[in-house]
Design a protein around this ligand. Structure first.
Ligand SMILES: C[S@@+](CC[C@H](N)C(=O)[O-])C[C@H]1O[C@@H](n2cnc3c(N)ncnc32)[C@H](O)[C@@H]1O
Length: 234
């Protein structure tokens, strides 16, 4: 359990969504909707949102669900989950407080897994990231899909530099001021330039056992959606 990261997310829940919507000009909302649709297009009736935070992705899944579908939301931050529980969709969601590195679920128990804007947080090292992805693979049913929505690195060098500059001069100070957590947004803004380009991250997902792995770049590559499938017999 990473207590430092847990402490940061205890400081930001109240303003977390507002800051994201302002700083991304609403792109985060559009991307979650898209990723949720991709995740559920594989069907099934047990879906799990990992590192669910204030529950925006889980709420998208709940809105797309039909009778007989169970949506789970897992996160290790009680304050973030408490915000999620205030959403109207919360009555359709089962919340689980857990470190996603050790999920309290049996092997092969979900048809779809999602994670949005949180893989950067479990990327404390390449080894930890792969270990978490292996854990996600374990709980996914054969034929199920893992959908990862995350910031990425634009291919264009100029755009990449502009994005990193924006994170430094806007995300860090504006997020820090609105949330009151300077340390929180200093940390969050550091994770963006450090994260992998889309192809390199696809390779990491393959290393964790998913195949095939596809991805699409959104908004000039600032964001990417990766889809990892679980092989039969895994
Ligand atoms: C940046 S927020 C993303 C929240 C949400 N998925 C979204 O789309 O906005 C990251 C979330 O991941 C959670 N988190 C980070 N590391 C975790 C871990 N190892 N286990 C469980 N939750 C974790 C944090 O508590 C936080 O709620």
């Amino acid at each position: 359990m990473n207590r430092g990261i847990q402490k940061i997310f205890a400081q930001v829940p109240r303003t977390y969504e507002l800051i994201n919507h302002i700083l991304t000009l609403g792109m985060d909302i559009v991307c979650r909707r898209k990723a949720a649709k991709i995740a559920v297009s594989g069907g099934g009736n047990r879906w799990l949102d990992l590192c669910s935070g204030t529950g925006e992705m889980a709420a998208n899944l709940a809105r797309l669900s039909q009778n007989g579908t169970t949506v789970y939301a897992a996160d290790f931050s009680q304050p973030m989950i408490s915000m999620a529980k205030k959403k109207p969709e919360a009555e359709k969601i089962r919340f689980v407080i857990t470190d996603v590195g050790a999920l309290p679920f049996q092997d092969n128990s979900f048809d779809a897994l999602t994670i949005s804007f949180a893989t950067r947080n479990i990327n404390t090292s390449r080894e930890n990231l792969i270990a978490c992805l292996k854990e996600f693979n374990r709980v996914l049913k054969a034929g199920g899909r893992f959908v990862n929505l995350e910031t990425s690195q634009p291919k264009s060098k100029i755009l990449r530099k502009l994005m990193h500059l924006y994170v430094k001069v806007a995300v860090k100070p504006i997020g820090g001021t609105i949330s009151g957590s300077k340390a929180g947004y200093a940390y969050l803004s550091q994770t963006v330039p450090r994260f992998y380009p889309a192809e390199a991250f696809a390779e990491i997902i393959r290393t964790a056992g998913f195949a095939p792995v596809e991805y699409r770049r959104l908004f000039f590559g600032i964001i990417a959606i990766h889809v990892g499938h679980k092989k039969a017999g895994n």
